[in-house]
Design a protein around this ligand. Structure first.
Ligand code: SPV
Ligand code: MG
Length: 431
């Protein structure tokens, strides 16, 4: 009998899947691959049913001969191990980001002499509703909140991009590129204090109040499913910080990063050009402990940000603080630098990892932007945050368009730089 392979990346079975199995059966024995948790998460399809549940629902289906694990969205290992005569899939992979997967399968099957079969995707109302509901289920607080910890465990590095509105949230959510046969997308989102303030035309000095910052989070959450890391600045008074932790956790935010500064906070990228005061180790530890005490789930993370390198207090101070903050209960350490050269960041990571192998390290490579994610991961970094690039990209583009409209007294000259109206209205999903 010929072997027919299909891969399911789903938490539930609908008539579309059954149709694929029916079609597959016409060609031979049907083997179904279930995408592993790791592969699903890498592909940003966080499972809402665990792997064994997903295997069980397929195993019991009529006409399925065997169920195997598929450990990567690309099919190299599967084709090598199973040597299917046919690979069958819904034709939704003929375009969009999934086309890279189909291209991978076509190339592999050409080598083995096998065939790729595209079955028309079942677009019934029921299937569409189920797909949309399942996609959005992941945006519910109980699913979204725990994603960051899962990502830290499963990814070499958690790629995080700044967002400050529904629209930037959509960019973070939907941008997928194909790179050398791999599909790349951002894993998580950063609600930056700098960009949230800048979007409101305000300075980054904890002036935009928490109610407004929560509103930004809510706007982002409305249109996305990826996990959120919140820039909590200094965290404010301990008496206030505990309320912030409770609210963020309830909303489904995965982590807050708080920096060890006190008094009037200025943006770190000013460094010592402006007056900024670092908190004492003792007081900042009290803040961390207070936050951890009120937390209700195991999912939420309080990450301590160390400003010693920014404020030129030296490596030893940064390391002493890191170990003290972990001791006080911090779930992660963010180390920041405004040097172009990543050397001091790498030195910190190496020295911290000599003593502490597991506490996640976060970095924000805005100034030291030549280093790659892979190089940072080699030094023990777990989360990389691109903290302000979307804002810095949008502002000059908007300003230039404004200037040119003023110059030409009409908009024709700027039009080919603009997204077509049709495209911008279709950016937003309809319910
Ligand atoms: C932010 O994005 O607001 C940050 C990172 O805190 S930085 O601006 O580099 O200090
Ligand atoms: Mg900030």
């Amino acid at each position: 009998m010929a072997k027919v392979y299909t891969c399911f990346c789903t938490d539930y079975i609908h008539e579309g899947h059954l149709n694929i199995i029916r079609e597959a059966k016409k060609y031979g024995d049907v083997i179904v691959g279930i995408l592993s948790d790791k592969a699903m998460i890498k592909f940003n399809k966080f499972p809402t049913a665990n792997f064994s549940e997903r295997v069980a629902i397929v195993k019991n289906l009529k006409d399925v001969s065997d169920v195997v694990i598929q450990d990567d969205v690309m099919y190299d290992k599967i084709v090598e191990n199973i040597k299917p005569d046919y690979v069958i899939h819904g034709d939704n992979w003929c375009s969009g980001p999934m086309k890279a997967i189909r291209d991978n399968v076509v190339a592999l099957m050409e080598k083995t002499g096998g065939k790729v079969i595209d079955v028309p995707y079942t677009k019934s109302e029921q299937v569409q509703l189920l797909d949309a509901k399942n996609e959005l289920k992941r945006s519910m607080p109980e699913y979204r909140r725990k994603m960051l910890k899962e990502l830290i465990n499963l990814r070499d590095v958690v790629k995080t991009i700044e967002v400050h509105s529904g629209l930037t949230g959509l960019i973070a959510e939907k941008t997928i590129v194909e790179n050398n046969g791999e599909l790349d997308q951002f894993d998580a989102m950063w609600i930056s204090s700098l960009c949230d303030s800048t979007a409101k035309g305000k300075p980054d000095i904890e002036l935009v109040d928490m109610t407004s910052r929560f509103r930004t989070i809510s706007d982002v959450m409305e249109v996305t499913t990826k996990p959120i890391i919140f820039d909590g600045d200094t965290g404010g008074l301990i008496e206030h910080f505990v309320y912030t932790v409770r609210t963020l956790e309830r909303m489904g935010v995965s982590a807050i990063i708080v920096e060890d500064k006190i008094g009037l906070k200025k943006n770190s990228l000013f460094g010592t050009e402006v007056k900024q005061t670092q908190d004492t180790i003792e007081h900042f530890c009290e803040k961390i402990k207070a936050g951890k005490k009120v937390q209700l789930t195991d999912d939420f993370m309080i990450i301590a940000r160390i400003e010693s390198l920014i404020l030129e207090q030296g490596m030893e101070d940064a390391l002493t603080r890191a170990h003290a903050f972990v001791q006080a209960g911090a779930d992660g350490i963010m180390i920041h630098s405004r040097k172009k050269d990543p050397a001091e960041i790498l030195e910190f990571c190496d020295k911290f990892r000599e003593v502490n192998k597991s506490t996640p390290i976060v970095v924000v490579p805005s100034s030291f932007n030549t280093i790659t994610e892979a190089e940072l991961a080699e030094h023990g970094v777990n989360i990389v945050i691109y903290a302000n690039q979307l804002t810095r990209a949008a502002f000059p583009a908007m300003e230039q368009v404004a200037k040119d409209i003023l110059k030409y007294h009409r908009a024709k000259e700027v039009d080919d730089r603009l997204m077509p109206i049709k495209q911008i209205i279709s950016l937003i999903d309809e319910l």
